[in-house]
Design a protein around this ligand. Structure first.
Ligand code: ATP
Ligand code: MG
Length: 374
């Protein structure tokens, strides 16, 4: 989702009329999963990210809905939209478990206030979950140049962030990194500046070195010159990934086509590996060797396999891929001219509203990680 919408289950009590509900949910970013009266049973919507209770001022029914929302949908934040003055009601609503209370005023203000309260509540819940469990570090590998590592890692970071899971991409292609180019970001401060700044990085210091993409994704960019790469050490990378992981739901690591000491350091800190391969003999041979090497290195992180340019007709079939690699790809990513255009314009294709099969496959990859994290 590129529109930052919040999938919302709306609960109303019998006293609330349709006009009031319409005023509360009319912001298009409030993606209504269902509207229902829980006294007759919640609609089963496991995909809801948040619950919205619409009620009249101070109604006991409203408070009861908040309590039921918590027991029926644990882990989802509850926001209350209340007509009339919520004074007096506020404390009771918070005690019943509401994250926020929105006062219904004019249609325009109410709709925006409700959306912002829902989005904030979901973001707060996500960052609390990260603080407790730590985020995931996904290292994107592809043991041959040009297989699509940067394409996959930049789009993954943007797709996850657009779906409310803050992601930071770290460009470990230290000599010729092009994450900044692929995301349209200027390398004002890079890993080189961070390494030269000295001292151990903490979360707020690191924030100052991230370039921000409009999707909400952050990017720690590679040095701008190959001769600057040597100042970034494997120990420094370990430290950066540990700090980022403590505050970020997803840390995505883009890599050069080699198991360099920096990449091995990243693998030590990784919870996941995403291997990108293509339908040509050298790619498949190297992918097979890389998979075997990861096993020998004792990497236990689950490995997702992306077959890039999966629709290429070059005499190697998908059955051959399964035969050579001993497993089927998780994602088939077809070739597309729009991909090339998106790379050239510095805007990851998952951010485009245009229907495109490659973008769909990249969003599906993000969906695999999101589903495992929820
Ligand atoms: N599915 C695709 N459809 C169309 N073009 C693609 C696709 N995948 C990759 N490309 C093109 O191939 C180029 C190389 O992809 P990318 O930079 O992601 O590879 P890489 O594995 O990061 O390469 P390197 O090892 O050099 O860092 C991209 O600039 C893009 O133009
Ligand atoms: Mg690359």
């Amino acid at each position: 989702m590129s529109d930052q919408s919040v999938r919302t289950l709306v609960a109303v009590d019998g006293q609330v009329d349709g006009d009031l509900i319409e005023r509360v949910i009319r912001d298009p970013r409030v993606a209504v999963a269902a509207v229902g009266d829980p006294s007759t049973g919640w609609p089963a919507r496991e995909d809801a990210e948040a619950l919205l209770v619409v009620c009249r001022d101070g109604s006991d029914e409203g408070l009861e809905l908040v309590r039921r929302a918590h027991s029926d949908y644990p882990g989802r934040p509850v926001v209350v939209a209340c007509e009339g003055s919520p004074n007096g009601f506020l404390r009771k609503a918070f005690r019943a478990g509401a994250e926020d209370v929105v006062q219904v005023t004019t249609a325009e203000h109410t709709a925006t206030d409700t959306y912002l309260a829902l989005a904030k509540a979901v973001a707060r819940r996500d960052s609390e979950a990260v603080a407790v469990a730590g985020g995931r570090v996904i290292t994107v590998l592809g043991p041959k140049g040009g297989t699509g590592k940067t394409l996959v890692s930049t789009n993954l970071a943007v797709a996850l962030s657009a779906d409310h899971a803050r992601a930071v991409i770290v460009d470990l292609d230290l000599q010729f990194g092009d994450v900044g180019l692929a995301m349209g970001l200027r390398p004002e401060r890079t890993m080189y500046d961070l390494a030269l700044s000295g001292g151990a990085p903490d979360a707020s210091k690191l924030e100052g070195y991230l370039a921000e993409h409009s999707s909400g994704a952050g990017a720690l960019l590679a040095p701008t010159r190959p001769d600057h790469a040597a100042v970034v050490t494997p120990d420094g990378i370990r430290e950066i990934l540990r700090v980022l992981r403590a505050t970020t739901a997803f840390v995505i690591v883009d890599t050069p086509p080699a198991l360099s000491p920096e990449v091995i350091a990243a693998l030590d800190e990784s919870t996941d590996v995403c291997m990108v391969t293509m339908l040509d003999a050298p790619s498949l041979k190297n992918t097979k060797i890389a998979l075997e090497t990861l096993q020998l290195m004792g990497v236990t992180a689950p490995i997702r396999l992306v077959l890039n340019r999966s629709d290429t007709n070059v005499g190697i079939t998908h059955a051959d891929v399964v035969h050579i690699l001993g497993r089927a790809p998780d994602i088939l990513l077809p070739s597309s001219r729009d991909v090339v255009r998106s790379v050239n314009s510095g805007e990851p294709i998952v951010g485009s509203a245009k229907r495109n099969e490659s973008a769909k496959a990249l969003r599906a990859l993000a969906g695999l990680y999101l589903n495992e994290s929820s």
